[in-house]
Design a protein around this ligand. Structure first.
Ligand code: ARG
Length: 580
């Protein structure tokens, strides 16, 4: 059990013995202390309870502390708790207790103390979702990275996770793409770089239809023909999807992102007409000015924002497809929760989808997990010098190239093939970590020099810490991958104690990441862990430790730190090298 949960259990027992106990379901959380000068863990229960009862929080805290005195379990965990500030109850862990926790972690290399959830969920995660034949841009990188990290963390935490890449492979862009394909496709360019040529064809058709309504009409006709099942247009569409997917798969391979499914919008195309008919029959949708629309008069936020589910020309759209997708996820996957990692501008879209499926009688929650933009160093949405969106593939290539220059400089002796491999691990790790260490809603500034630095909150800093610790373990003759025997170490130096406490908090961090879908909590945890390690390493000699028990304790700490770093980075989709 995590330390916080153990203390919480103790606290609940004490609350039940009060003259006026709170209700059994009263939430009494215990969390790591904000300021460790006053303790290691703290509870604010006296304050929340006193507020509800309009009594004095410090007096109530004194009552609780009195009740805690009799608890023998607590006596083994913590020194007698103290009251601080407005009524915080502070716990100071006993070194012997923390040492025993460390031994447990060392004996459990696979889980590192992370407990299975009280109720494992089947979660469908919708991530990435690039549009075929439209330029894939860095915004899709955010969805891919955040979505992949959440999938990894949720799986590790013990949930049943199903990932689905909802490819935009049936949208209105195909009218223009097909028009472009028929009128000005460059076969040679298509063979050399299919995705770029499809994007060019789309953009050229777009430009022409903006200038000439006749061409705009022609594009719409191509789309209508495709949707009506015209064989020529379907064949062109099929080819576009195949070519794009090959290119996308290369990028996903490089990023080590795998999907359980990639149904894409086109998978649902035959479900749309019956769906709209059903919605009309049930009175959820109605005809308005030739279109089929769902109104939300009862919802103040959506009252003036009806959702069109069939356009006047008969075409279905993005919203229609998302309702069909929701039904499939709930009915075929038996999902308990649906998470959509999609940019903040689509908030309204998901509110509409949510409102529609509620009206249909569905109860499974749909959660939109929005994120902000990536900015260039000029603080504007990141673009290339020519003003285009930055292509993801170019960005990843540049990351690896720049990392190679860093490796050349830091470690010129490394053999060339190992250099290339280390550069790949550092370059991709740097891009992913820069993304995941930010709160997802902040617009973050993309800076090569910052993300590739070996100092500060970066992937190379953490990877380097891992490499150094592994080298200490090798020199100390401790098998870094073997589980500990469970023998209890002795924590004496304050830096040993602080490091052990930080290690025990990995198990508290993992569920917190999922509470508000924030991989940055894990990134920040790893950064603090590496910081605690550095303080420890500066003040506590490991290989030259005075006596054997001390050396063993310190090597054990090193081993658990290395594992925690590797596991934590892996949950962010980041690899570690053995040398760098
Ligand atoms: N293709 C969409 C876009 O690029 C993202 C898809 C998100 N997923 C969904 N189920 N709507 O904006």
């Amino acid at each position: 059990m995590t330390i916080a949960h153990q203390l919480q259990a103790v606290l609940r027992r004490a609350l039940a013995t009060l003259p006026e106990p709170p209700p059994a379901d009263f939430d009494a959380p215990v969390s790591p202390a904000a300021d460790t000068r006053f303790g290691d863990y703290q509870a604010n229960v006296a304050m929340t309870l006193a507020k509800a009862r309009r009594t004095n929080p410090r007096a109530l805290a004194a009552q609780i502390v009195e009740a805690l005195k009799a608890d023998t379990v607590l006596a083994a965990i913590s020194a007698p708790p103290e009251i601080a500030g407005a009524g915080f109850i502070n716990f100071r862990l006993r070194p012997e207790f923390l040492a025993a926790q460390l031994a447990t972690l060392d004996a459990d290399p696979a889980r590192l103390g992370v407990e299975p959830p009280a109720r494992p969920l089947t979660v469908v995660i919708d991530l990435s979702g690039p549009n075929i034949a439209k330029p894939m841009h860095v915004g899709h990188l955010r969805s891919t990275m955040i979505g992949d990290a959440l999938a990894r963390v949720a799986r590790f935490a013990g949930h049943h996770v199903i990932t689905d890449n909802h490819l935009g492979d049936w949208g209105t862009q195909f009218g223009k793409v097909i028009y472009g394909w028929k009128h000005f496709l460059d076969e040679k360019a298509l063979a050399a770089d299919p995705l770029a040529e499809l994007v060019r064809a789309y953009q050229e058709a777009s430009r022409l239809s903006d200038a000439d309504p006749a061409i705009a009409d022609a594009c719409r006709e191509e789309l209508a023909r495709l949707q009506a099942g015209d064989e020529v247009n379907l064949a062109i569409w099929q080819k576009c999807v195949e070519l794009s997917r090959e290119e996308l798969d290369r990028i996903y391979d490089e990023l080590a992102v795998r999907f359980d499914h990639q149904f894409g919008e086109s998978f649902f195309r035959d479900a749309l007409a019956p769906l709209v008919a059903r919605l009309e029959e049930k009175g959820i949708a109605q005809t308005s000015e030739g279109a089929v629309v769902v109104f939300f008069p009862e919802d103040p936020k959506l009252a003036d924002k009806p959702a069109i589910i069939r356009k006047r020309d008969g075409a279905f759209n993005y919203a229609t497809t998302d309702v069909a997708t929701y039904e499939q996820r709930v009915n075929s996957f038996h999902a308990d929760a649906l998470w959509y990692v999609v940019g903040a501008p689509q908030a309204l879209h998901f509110e509409q989808i949510n409102a529609i499926v509620r009206r249909m009688g569905y109860t499974v929650p749909l959660t939109h997990i929005p994120f902000g933009s990536i900015l260039g160093e000029d603080r504007k949405i990141m673009r290339t010098r020519s003003g285009d969106n930055v292509a993801l593939r170019d960005l990843l290539d540049e990351a690896v190239e720049r990392a190679l220059a860093v490796v050349e400089e830091k470690n010129p002796e490394l053999p060339a093939d190992e250099k290339a491999e280390v550069a790949r691990v550092i370059g991709l790790g740097a891009v992913k970590y820069a993304e995941l260490s930010q709160h997802r809603l902040t617009d973050y500034i993309f800076s090569w020099s910052k993300m590739l630095s070996f100092q500060g909150n970066t992937a190379p800093y953490l990877q380097n810490a891992y490499v150094r610790i592994r080298s200490i373990l090798r020199r100390g003759g401790l098998d870094p991958d073997a589980p500990g025997s469970g023998g209890v170490p002795t924590l004496t130096a304050p830096a040993e104690f602080d490091l052990a406490r930080k290690l025990a908090q990995f198990a508290e961090t993992i569920p917190a990441v999922l509470d508000d879908f924030r991989p940055n909590l894990l990134a920040n945890y790893l950064y603090e862990l590496a910081g605690a390690f550095h303080t420890f390493y500066e003040t506590c000699p490991v290989l030259k430790a005075g006596e054997e028990t001390q050396r063993d304790t310190r090597l054990t700490l090193c081993r658990v730190v290395a594992r925690t770093l590797r596991t934590g980075l892996d949950l962010l989709g980041i690899e570690v090298p053995e040398r760098m």
